[in-house]
Every structure is written in C-alpha cells, then in structure tokens.
Design a protein around this ligand. Structure first.
Ligand code: URA
Length: 436
C-alpha cells in the first residue's frame, strides 16, 4: 500500500514498534484503517498489539491512534443540541469498571436535572465486572438499541440517554478489542486508553469525567498504573477538544451492597428515592460535581437526590427507552446465606465478590451470552463492619440452583474476618486530574 510516494506495509510497522521506533501519522492511520477493512489480517495486528503492549505508544502516537479509531466510523455531532428551546452542553462520565458500580444509573438522570444533556454510550459486562446495559435490561421493556436520531430525540426530551454503541461507532475498536481479548493484550495502558476514548469521542460528548478504578476489582490494581491510565485518557480527551477530567477511585471492595443486575437497579432506585448506601451516594456526587464543573456549573448535587428531582429524571429516561419504572424487577428463586466464620472486623475483596456474582449467573463468559438478570450477591455487612461469628453477612441469588454452591464458595473466599481494621469504603477519591 502506498500513501503518496511512500509504501506502507504491516511487517515494517510491526518491526518498527517491536524495535521501539515511534510510528509516524501515516503508519498509524494506515494500519488502523487497513485492519478495520480486513486488509491487514488478525495475526499481523495481534503482533502489533503485542509490540505496543511491550513498547507502549508516545503521546503523539496515542493521540493519532485514537483519532484513527474514531475516524474508522461516524462521530456523532451533538453541538447545537437544545432542551426546551435552549442550547445545552453535553457531558458524560465513563468508569473503567468495577464491582457493584451502578453509578451511571443514578448519575446520568441526576446530571440531566441541570440544563445539560448526557449522551451515555455504554457496554455490556464481560467476566466479573458488570455492564450498565445488562443492569438496565433487568427493567421490563427497556431497550438499549437506539440510532443517532433516536438518541438526539431522547436527549432533547429528557436530557439523558443510556444506550448501546451503534455498529458505526469506532468499528476499529470493536475489531481490535476482540483480538486483544484472545491475545493477552488487553492490559496495556495505551490500548485501554485509546479503546475507551475512541468510543467516548465518537459519541459526541463535549465534556467527560472519567472514573478510573483502582484495586482488586478493577483493571488497574496498582495506584500508579491507575494514575497513568487517567493521565493518558485525559490527555487524549483534551487533545480531541473535550473538557476532560478524571477521578481515581478505590475499588478494593465492592461499591454499595448490591452486585448483580436487578439487585443493582433496585439499589439505584433506593438512592434516587433519597436512601441507599453512603459510598455509592458519595461517589455519584463527587463525579456529578466534577462533570458539572467541566461545563461551568458549580452546584451541590445532593439536594436533587433527596428531593425527588433525580428520580423524576430517571423515570422519564427509562420510559423514553420503552422501560416501565414501576414494573417489578426479576427476583431469583434460589437464595443462600453466607455467615461470618468468626468475631472480628469484616473485609470483602472486590474481585472475589464480583466472581461470586458472576458464578451465580449475573455475568457472561463469552460475548453475546445471556445473563441472569436476577442473579447476584447482596451484602448485609460491608468492609469495616464489626461482626459476630454466625451472623448473616451476605446472600447469593440465582435462578439456577446448580450455580449456588460454586458462587457461595467463591464469595466465602472473598471474605476475611480478623482483628485488623477495614480498608475504607469503595469509591473513595484517591486522585483528581483536570485537562481544562
Ligand atoms: N474497556 C474498553 O472499552 N476497552 C478496553 O480496552 C478496556 C476496557
């Protein structure tokens, strides 16, 4: 393949990255485009992904790599969006994924109570971390698929939309992510950063707050890696013209008490009704404040959770996508209780609880698999609570009784009761970064 007088070929690009040379813009543009169009075969792209895994990408390469992934599809244009006849800014948040993290379900309608629009393009869960769309699909009638016109219409009407990425949103990322998943190249900071940011830039939001999770239940278990990922993503967003910031937040233990699709929706409804767990409320409000600041609004979100404005916004958002916010959520027919093995202070390991919920049926092993909306884990006692031997500390919920024993075993191994103090709540803000 030649661009102008230059010949480009995949082998030379792989060798260059393997040997630590910086790729130029033409090389990056060509390889991403050629792979997306099936001209470069998966074995060559896999070799390049592995070279990037070991050699990394410079700031310039990373910006170009992400731009090429955005350019592989359509970039939604949400500038000029109006609500009630007034032009509104767009703002969104993205979490790198954790256990019990249903913040999007509360934060999206909460933000829409101001004069902003929230175009939240979300994904499904894979492995132990849940996906926002799986959670919302526990609500009878709710649909994730919207085209660009449908998304704009709902944004104008309600200010909030949570939907699946359309087929033309960063198709290069879809192809590359599937390849990374089977070649051991998912945990690469530049590849994660470009993957997430290409989708967020393509969805058309003008401002973005990132929740970069850190701890056993997150992609990044190490604080310094989480901060590096946050810097990489904020850098990409800022280069692309977004008002972009990030919070690095704790994910050593689950967020809230519910882990699993319908269980998490029920917990979010409790928060929208003015109750719910403090760690979820604190993180939701910290992210809301940050998102609002990015569009020039300084305000306290808490009153809007307490007085029902966020609940009204949530109900409108769910109805606009075919859901019935009053319909009963699925309930699992099989429930087993886990009890404390001793007296002491309790700790839950986020990864183990996530895996317990996944084994109960809440998650999937392969893309496209169905999930059990009712399955999951409900924590009766949380990190730092003092418990007595024999006290009920959690329940495991499953529609398939055969799944219970494995899930309970996994959950048991996530539990420690000792004389040491708890490690503090999930969602605690460990770092903050603003590109604006
Ligand atoms: N989520 C994404 O969208 N991409 C990654 O690479 C990792 C998490």
């Amino acid at each position: 393949m030649s661009t102008g007088s230059r010949r480009l070929d995949a082998v030379r690009i792989i060798e260059a990255k393997r040997d630590g040379r910086e790729l130029d813009d033409d090389e990056v543009d060509w390889i991403i485009d050629a792979y997306t169009r099936g001209i470069v075969p998966p074995e060559q792209m896999a070799a390049l992904a592995m070279a990037v895994y070991f050699r990394g990408l410079s700031g310039r390469e990373l910006a170009r790599w992400t731009a090429a992934m955005v350019a592989s599809g359509t970039r939604l244009d949400l500038a000029g969006l109006e609500r009630g006849g007034r032009l509104v800014p767009t703002v969104d948040k993205h979490s790198t994924g954790g256990v019990g993290d249903a913040v999007t379900l509360v934060l999206t309608p909460l933000l829409a109570t101001w004069n902003v629009a929230v175009p939240q393009v979300s994904g499904r869960g894979l492995g132990h971390t849940g996906g926002t769309l799986d959670k919302l699909e526990a609500i009878p009638g709710w649909r994730a698929d919207l085209d660009a016109d449908g998304m704009r219409r709902i944004l104008r009407e309600t200010g909030a939309v949570i939907c699946a990425a359309g087929g033309d949103l960063a198709p290069a990322d879809r192809a590359l992510y599937a390849l990374r998943d089977v070649t051991g190249t998912v945990p690469s900071i530049p590849l994660i950063a470009s993957s997430i940011m290409s989708k967020k830039i393509a969805e058309g939001t003008g401002a973005l707050v990132l929740d970069v999770k850190c701890g056993s239940g997150a992609f990044m278990t190490d604080r310094y890696d989480a901060e590096e990922l946050a810097r990489a993503m904020v850098g990409i967003g800022t280069d692309a013209g977004l008002r972009c910031g990030a919070l690095v937040t704790a994910m050593h233990t689950p967020l809230g008490r519910a882990v699993g699709n319908a269980l998490e929706v029920a917990e979010c409804v409790e928060i929208l009704a003015g109750g719910g767990p403090a760690d979820m409320i604190d993180l939701t409000c910290a992210l809301a404040e940050e998102a609002l600041r990015a569009v020039g609004i300084i305000d306290d979100p808490r009153p809007r959770l307490a007085d029902g404005r966020a609940m009204d916004s949530y109900r409108a958002m769910i109805r606009a996508q075919g859901g019935d916010p009053d319909a009963p959520l699925p309930v699992a027919p099989h429930v087993e209780t886990l009890r404390a093995p001793a007296d002491g202070v309790l700790r839950w390991d986020a990864l183990g609880v996530g895996r317990g919920s996944w084994l109960a049926g809440a998650g999937r092993t392969r893309p496209g698999e169905a999930v059990d909306a009712a399955a999951g884990v409900m924590l009766a006692r949380v990190e730092g609570d003092r418990v007595r031997a024999g006290e009920a500390v959690a329940t495991v919920h499953a529609s398939d009784a055969a799944r219970l024993a494995g899930a309970v075993d996994e959950l048991g191994s996530a539990l420690t009761v000792a004389d040491e103090p708890g490690r503090g709540p999930a969602g605690a803000v460990l770092g903050r970064l603003r590109g604006w």
